[in-house]
Design a protein around this ligand. Structure first.
Ligand SMILES: Cc1cc2nc3c(=O)[nH]c(=O)nc-3n(C[C@H](O)[C@H](O)[C@H](O)COP(=O)(O)OP(=O)(O)OC[C@H]3O[C@@H](n4cnc5c(N)ncnc54)[C@H](O)[C@@H]3O)c2cc1C
Length: 493
């Protein structure tokens, strides 16, 4: 299991690693797991916290992506649906099936029959049959606040929901149980290739200590940052997507509502997540420095409130209903055709330059398949093993049971309190390599997104636990609180 960080010199003392994976998002975690389970000596290095990048800022959907099928991308949809079904069966506490409701309005595309056709294909690709027409009466009973203008009923189908950051932790734990090592707050600054062996300069972001590590294979799984280490011309087009979190009491939904924005007809999701309601996402070119924590603009907040208010006008959602905002930047593989951000393909790309295998783009859902493609490019699996693993529905991805505390992973359960919260925190501090208070509150527990005070009122409960288990003195605790408050104000409000 992951625990406390291994000291940098002991990583160097292990000699030449079979592979070093750079980047602790879902892509890097997936590569680490698939390499470790094949018996390779592997190490993952993450410059900040695990899942700090795009992988904690997604729409949290484990899905085929209905709009990709509508765009004719059947291959991506089929692969994603195959993985969705696998994750639903292997991680039932973390990936849950979710009803999606798509209201149909008179004179608006897509209508009932095109949607029925698409959903038949969608379900067939997943090997299930789980869609149906919802009558107007049924829809109105479930969602009385829906704008009645032209409403005819809805298509109901199912997809899945998760907690993206906890999924990354789960994959890292599995990799660790397969013998892999992972270390956060460790930046790879450079890679030099010497024939069969690569030398990486790694820097501890906490102490500033630098060390040279050696590996036979290097995977650059840094997503948005992949161009910096790939040694090849840039391919990544950064696109920002923002979500809003609103109290469930102000915007109560049991299912994932898919609604079309009145300005540009883009689909926006309104869904229950960890006891609150999430609205997202926007899709715009991100022109800011990718070193900075992303944040949303007031225009993005207005855009998302507008679609919610146009679909449910009586709720009168306002800016002060927003508990938190969450901006994420998607590493899109640029088509170079100057397409509208929403029209760019969501495929991943694996490419090789100077012996470094780079991987970027893709989806949270397809992490296992992306990992297999990367291992094949590195020659760690051959074409046959790749094909079999790609198709192999019978092969389990998660083989180890993890006794994590109840409710911690559940994407639909709200924050715990009292003894249940203490049990979750004790587990996290022991097993999940927390280095800063924001690791705990934003990515392990998600309280920074879900509480109107970002978890401030829980700090007194957390203080003795962090001090005892992490050895933080009063000055360190004060510094951590200040760092957290500053971060919340800058990027999450
Ligand atoms: C708004 C939005 C919504 C989305 N919704 C969904 C969805 O619902 N379902 C879905 O399947 N997918 C979704 N996606 C896509 C999905 O989130 C991404 O494809 C996925 O998270 C990318 O993971 P990654 O590991 O490649 O990148 P990241 O998670 O960004 O990980 C890369 C990591 O590399 C680290 N790094 C960078 N440079 C270095 C270095 N020099 N040394 C060490 N570490 C380094 C970074 O700190 C970062 O943590 C969404 C994306 C966005 C933006």
């Amino acid at each position: 299991m992951l625990g406390q960080r291994v000291a940098l010199p002991s990583l160097a003392a292990k000699g030449v690693w079979d592979a070093i994976v750079i980047g602790g998002g879902i892509t890097g975690a997936g590569i680490l797991l698939e390499a470790a389970r094949r018996g390779h000596k592997v190490l993952l290095l993450e410059q900040k916290d695990f899942s700090w990048g795009t992988s904690s800022r997604s729409s949290k959907m484990v899905h085929g992506g209905l709009r990709y099928i509508a765009q004719g991308d059947v291959r991506l949809t089929r692969h994603a649906l195959q993985e969705r079904e696998r994750l639903l069966s292997e991680l039932p506490d973390l990936v849950v099936r979710m009803p999606y409701i798509f209201p149909i309005r008179r004179g608006r595309f897509p209508g009932r029959w095109p949607m029925t056709f698409i959903l038949k294909l969608y379900d067939a690709l997943a090997g299930i049959r789980d869609h149906r027409w919802m009558s107007l009466a049924e829809l109105k009973q479930a969602y009385p606040a829906l704008n009645p203008r032209g409403l005819r009923g809805a298509m109901r189908y199912t997809d899945a929901l998760t907690d993206d950051s906890r999924l990354v932790m789960r994959v890292l734990q599995e990799a660790s149980l397969e013998g892999a090592t992972a270390r956060n707050y460790t930046e790879v600054q450079s890679i030099k290739s010497h024939g069969q062996v690569h030398e990486l300069v790694a820097r501890d972001a906490e102490s500033g200590e630098r060390i040279v590590l050696q590996a036979r294979q290097v995977f650059n799984a840094t997503g948005l940052w992949a161009d910096r280490l790939s040694g090849s011309p840039p391919v990544v087009r950064p696109q920002r997507g923002t979500h809003l979190f609103v109290a469930a009491s102000r915007l109560p939904v049991r299912d994932c509502l898919t609604i079309l924005h009145p300005d540009d007809r883009r689909p926006v999701f309104v869904f229950p997540w960890k006891g609150q309601t999430c609205i997202g996402t926007t899709d715009i070119d991100h022109r800011e420095d990718i070193e900075d924590e992303p944040h949303c603009t007031p225009a993005e907040v207005d855009y998302l409130l507008k679609v919610a208010n146009s679909e449910m006008p009586d709720l009168h959602l306002r800016r002060d209903d927003v508990l938190a905002t969450m901006a994420g930047v998607r590493p899109i593989i640029a088509s170079g055709k100057g397409r509208d951000p929403s029209k760019e393909r969501r495929d991943h790309l694996v490419w090789q330059a100077n012996g470094v295998i780079s991987v970027s783009g893709g989806k949270l859902t397809t992490f296992r398949q992306i990992a297999l493609d990367a291992l094949k490019a590195a020659g760690l699996i051959d074409a046959r093993a790749h094909r079999e693993a790609h198709q192999g529905r019978h092969l389990r991805c998660f083989r180890h049971a993890l006794p994590s505390p109840q409710g911690l992973n559940d994407p639909l359960q709200g924050p715990a309190g009292g003894a249940a919260l203490q049990a979750q925190v004790a587990w996290i501090l022991t097993h999940e390599m927390v280095m800063h208070l924001d690791d705990l509150l934003l990515r392990r527990l998600r309280l920074g997104l879900l509480c109107d005070d970002a978890g401030e009122s829980l700090l007194n409960t957390l203080k003795p636990m962090c001090q005892m288990q992490l050895g933080w003195d009063d000055a360190r605790w004060q510094g951590e609180c200040a760092r957290y408050r500053e971060l919340i104000a800058r990027s999450y409000r």
